[in-house]
Design a binder for this molecule. Structure first.
Ligand code: FMN
Length: 346
């Protein structure tokens, strides 16, 4: 019998719901659900430490992306995404979570307090099936009630979400995204960094447990040697611009997460708001995928923020959303690789 995992079995194993049978908090289970969060290039730039009834989410700077993310803003947003998953997973275990940013350690601290009023919610149930759906959507609009629910989910302390649903706005966003694409895809350093996180076949995905699997965006699996030859030819500004224009046109709308501040604590809060929006969207059957180019490219961001009418706020993340197909899920690293310390019995 061949016991090596396949892509499907590896993805299913990490997403399998595990009921909490004991009376004690199951910190390992909370970390598993935290690590199912979105992260930039699926770098999973986190380590988790359990102590004194808290889970600390520590940045793993060995997984940074210095070209696309020189200030580590996306890295801290990714930590915020993981924290938000833990908040909802904890409620399902009867734990209220309080989230703080520890400036000295630059870590996110999730304090967990037993609270009999907490329980499982639709957002907690959505954690294993949330994904960034990198495909065309069906072009249908969302009703007003769902838009209002998503708006509430994406709003937090110092963070609000701007929803753009009319065609003129979507066209203008496409222009900004494509200016970003042109800049990024013409930069050899940016391309090298992106290619280093692309996993072209199942073996690469299973070996690393991270990165951008072609499967998640509907690309065929190709041998590593062939991918090295094909990627530089196929990933070009023109083809990406065409794909992104069609993807945005197929979406019900675009959401921009904006924050009052532009520092590590604000990045964590923006990540939390995005992840909460994404969990709520999943619960409503709504798909989403990032289109961050105008925020990532310094030459485009100020003009994009002016177009949004921002004065004392900063654009942090942008996504498109709508009704789309479910795509293959992305892989995760083994839990033992991301847990750095646990309390006895946890
Ligand atoms: C801060 C942040 C920035 C991201 N930026 C992009 C992006 O610019 N383009 C993109 O296609 N996906 C982007 N992603 C999505 C990741 O690629 C995705 O979360 C990761 O591959 C894991 O897949 P999953 O979210 O489906 O589990 C971003 C995610 C985060 C948290």
């Amino acid at each position: 019998m061949n016991s090596s995992p396949t892509y499907e079995s590896a993805v299913a194993a990490v997403r399998q719901p595990r009921p909490n049978v004991g009376a004690k908090p199951d910190y390992r289970e909370l970390i598993r659900l935290g690590s199912l969060a979105a992260s930039s290039h699926n770098t999973q730039p986190w380590k988790f430490a359990v102590s004194g009834g808290s889970i600390r989410i520590i940045p793993d700077f060995s997984r940074r992306c210095p070209v696309v993310d020189p200030k580590d803003a996306h890295l801290f947003k990714s930590l915020g995404c993981a924290a938000e998953n833990i908040v909802h997973a904890a409620a399902a275990q009867g734990l209220r979570a309080e989230v703080d940013f520890d400036d000295e350690e630059r870590a996110v601290v999730v304090r967990l307090i037993p609270d009999p009023t907490c329980g499982e919610t639709a957002l907690a149930r959505a954690i294993p099936s949330r994904q960034c759906t990198k495909a065309r959507y069906d072009g249908s609009a969302l009703d007003r009630e769902d838009l209002a629910t998503l708006d509430r989910a994406g709003t937090g302390e110092g963070v609000r979400v701007i929803l753009l649903t009319d065609d003129d706005h979507k066209r203008a966003v496409t222009e900004f995204v494509n200016r970003g694409n042109k800049d990024q895809l013409s930069d050899p350093a940016w391309r090298d960094e992106l290619f280093s996180w692309i996993r072209s076949n199942d073996r690469e995905s299973l070996e690393t447990g991270d990165g951008l699997s072609g499967r998640t965006s509907g690309q065929p699996s190709v041998p590593t040697w062939l991918a090295r030859l094909l990627l530089p030819v196929l990933v070009r500004p023109k083809s990406q611009m065409k794909t992104d224009a069609a993807s945005i046109r197929s979406s019900a709308g675009v959401a921009v997460f904006v924050a009052k501040d532009d520092d590590a604590a604000a990045w964590v809060d923006a990540g939390r708001c995005y992840e909460r929006f994404a969990l709520q969207a999943t619960a409503l059957g709504v798909s989403n995928a990032f289109i961050n180019q105008p925020i990532e490219v310094p030459a485009v961001r100020p003009e994009f923020e002016r177009w949004l009418g921002l004065k004392d706020e900063h654009a942090q993340l942008m996504i498109r959303f709508g009704t789309g197909p479910q795509m293959p899920f992305s892989v995760r690293r083994p839990l033992d690789d991301v847990i750095v310390s646990t309390e006895p019995n946890s």
